[in-house]
Write a protein that binds this ligand. Structure first.
Ligand SMILES: [Zn+2]
Ligand SMILES: [Zn+2]
Length: 163
């Protein structure tokens, strides 16, 4: 009766193999769903989108994952946040950089003169050469008084036209 037990063993082996592949495929399928769910959570805050992404991969498997990869938001929330920080830093930099009182063009803190309209922006200290604001009467670095302060600003303030 050894001939009848042989196919039975083969059947059992085949059954085992089928069950094993089915379990493996199911695990793979579920891990795809889990991956998509985790991925969408890092890219969107909308709970509906989280469920939608998981559902499409759950229903369509690898094909659903491809669709998800095409449609998913390009940047993660972390990247969006980093980008916002950079933009904010850039804005503060622009706001903090001084402008020329003559023409309004952006200038630098260490410029003596506006390259656009040649307005004096700063003056060098006669003693140490540090740049000083035009209205400073004394150098904050070496405490040497600026020369000719009284002659410079005497008649330079333009009068508003009487209207
Ligand atoms: Zn200017
Ligand atoms: Zn000085």
């Amino acid at each position: 009766m050894s001939a009848s037990t042989q196919p039975l063993q083969l059947d059992a082996a085949l059954l085992y193999l089928t069950a094993f592949s089915a379990a493996f495929l199911t695990a793979l399928w579920l891990s795809l769903v889990f991956w998509a769910y985790r991925d969408i959570r890092s890219r969107a805050q909308d709970r509906l989108l989280h469920i939608l992404a998981a559902a499409i991969v759950l229903l369509l498997g690898p094909a659903g994952l491809v669709i998800y990869l095409i449609l998913r938001p390009r940047r993660t929330l972390d990247e969006v946040y980093q980008n916002t920080l950079e933009e904010e830093a850039l804005l503060t930099e622009i706001e903090e950089s001084p402008t020329c009182p003559g023409c309004g063009a952006r200038s630098q803190h260490d410029w003596q003169i506006c390259p656009q309209c040649h307005t004096r922006l700063r003056k060098p200290c006669i003693s140490c050469g540090s740049l000083m604001d035009l209205h400073w009467k004394i150098c904050p670095y070496c405490a040497i008084p600026a020369p000719g302060m009284h002659t410079v600003n005497e008649n330079s303030t333009p009068d508003l036209p009487a209207g």
